[in-house]
Every structure is written in C-alpha cells, then in structure tokens.
Design a protein around this ligand. Sequence first.
Ligand SMILES: C[S@@+](CC[C@H](N)C(=O)[O-])C[C@H]1O[C@@H](n2cnc3c(N)ncnc32)[C@H](O)[C@@H]1O
Length: 202
Amino acid sequence: MREFIVRARKAPVDAGRFLASVGSGAHVEYLAQMIVNALFTSKGHREDTTLTLVLEDSADYSRALTMQGSTLGDLSGMDEGSMLATCARALQAGSSLEKEASLVCENGIVVQAISFEHMVKEKALTRPVYLLDRKGLDIRGDGEFLDPVFLLTDHIPMPRKTFRSLARQGVQKLSLGPTMLHASQCMTVIHNELDRLASDFS
Ligand SMILES: C[S@@+](CC[C@H](N)C(=O)[O-])C[C@H]1O[C@@H](n2cnc3c(N)ncnc32)[C@H](O)[C@@H]1O
C-alpha cells in the first residue's frame, strides 16, 4: 500500500470558506491536482494508494479527508470544480465531529477530526514514513519501499520544529531531485519510481 498524507496548513475546514479559497490564500485548487495525481491513472484508479488531505484552518479540530483508490466512489467528475465540491460536501458532513471521531461519506471519503501530528504518530508505529524534502536522501538510493507513507505539504512549508519531532519517530527525509516541484507532481514522480521498482523496469 502507498500512502500520501498532505498537510494543508491554511486550507479551511469550513466548507464555504474552503470553496471560497480557490485561487487565493489557501489555494485549495492544488488539492484537486493532488487527488488526480495520487489516485488516478489514465485507465482507472490506483487501487494500492491512499491519499489523506489534512486541512488545518479550523475553529476546533483539523479535518483529515482520506480517499482510497480501491474504494473511492463517484467524485461527480474529474474536473477541479467537481472534486473540490466533493471535498466541501465531505467537510460539511464532518462539520460537527468530536475530536478523533470519523465518518464515511457515500462515495467512500472518510472524514476524521484528527491532527496531522497524531495521524503521523500512529502510522510511524508500524510503517516507514518519509518526509518529502529536496535535501533528503535520494529516492533512487538502494532503499526498499515496503508499505510506505509519504508526507508532503501544499504550497505552505512545514513548520521547522515539525521535523525534530518526526525524526524522533523514525521519519526520514526523502528527495526526488534538485527541482522544487508541486506536491501533486511529487506524487506522480513517486508513483513512477515505485512502479519501476515493483516491475523491475530498467
Ligand atoms: C510546492 S512544495 C512546498 C514548497 C514550500 N514553499 C517550501 O518551501 O517548502 C510541496 C511539497 O513538495 C515537496 N517537494 C517539492 N520538490 C521536491 C523534491 N525535489 N524532492 C522532495 N520533495 C519535494 C516539498 O517538500 C513539499 O512537501
């Protein structure tokens, strides 16, 4: 299983504000690009992949929207507007969740009231977790990627102090190369690198 967790620090949890932030500030349109690049191929869904978007601009708790390639239902269209509208409906459905409670929407999206830190801490107990960073270890090193979890941000950088606490949990920095990419582009590159390893493509 491949998993991406994206920390979106300025993305609003309030459904109305979420949709209003397209094209400015939180730039939630980037999240729609991540959904496409993480979960879809030309001919279908990536059944082995999970994407979680953690939206942190909240009056109470962050909301994590989790979409799994194998169970993802109808997103009402592949265009940006439809995907963001689907996310907004999920946020609306999860607007009164208590801390750490979750619900599953009809289309398979899971909404959870959980912090980025808490979610990562749980993953790091059982799986290798990598923080995407241009200055990290080269993804083309000789590491194996067994059940990996990849942490990214949107356009807002990770707070500096975050890495110290992630490092204590065994999280390693991983680089895809010298160019600063969009998070959605990172997902495509990661999939390609792992696809090549899995198929022994040379
Ligand atoms: C648009 S970038 C974030 C840019 C942000 N302004 C910053 O300075 O960190 C989005 C995500 O992609 C990751 N990223 C971009 N290019 C990368 C690369 N070449 N290798 C590894 N991660 C990369 C970043 O670490 C970040 O998690």
